[in-house]
Design a protein around this ligand. Structure first.
Ligand SMILES: [Zn+2]
Length: 89
C-alpha cells in the first residue's frame, strides 16, 4: 500500500497545515481489503482503525481525552465539535 499525501495550502488546523489525504484503493484499517473508489475505508472499518490506534497509543478513551486537554476541568468535546462545525459553515 502506498500513501499519497500532498500538502494543502488552503486548510489549516490548530497544529499547523493539514495534509490532504488521498485514498489509495486499500482500506486504511490494515485489513488488506480493497475499498470503493474514493473511499479510505470499507464500511465500518474507520471505527476499527480509530479504536485500535486509541488503544495502542493511549490505552483508553479517557486517557486519550486527557492527553489532548479534554475531560473534567478541561475542554468539552461536544462544545469543541460545535465550535468546529460553526466555523465550517
Ligand atoms: Zn479494513
Amino acid at each position: 500500500m502506498m500513501l499519497a499525501i500532498m500538502p494543502s495550502m488552503d486548510a489549516k488546523d490548530e497544529t499547523g497545515p493539514r495534509r490532504r489525504l488521498i485514498p489509495t484503493g486499500d482500506c486504511w484499517c490494515g485489513c488488506g481489503q480493497e475499498t470503493e473508489l474514493g473511499k479510505f475505508f470499507r464500511s465500518g472499518h474507520d471505527k476499527i482503525a480509530e479504536a485500535a490506534v486509541i488503544r495502542v497509543e493511549y490505552g483508553t478513551v479517557p486517557e486519550f481525552l486527557v492527553k489532548h486537554g479534554y475531560g473534567p476541568g478541561g475542554r468539552n468535546p461536544r462544545d469543541e465539535l460545535g465550535r468546529v462545525r460553526e466555523n465550517q459553515r
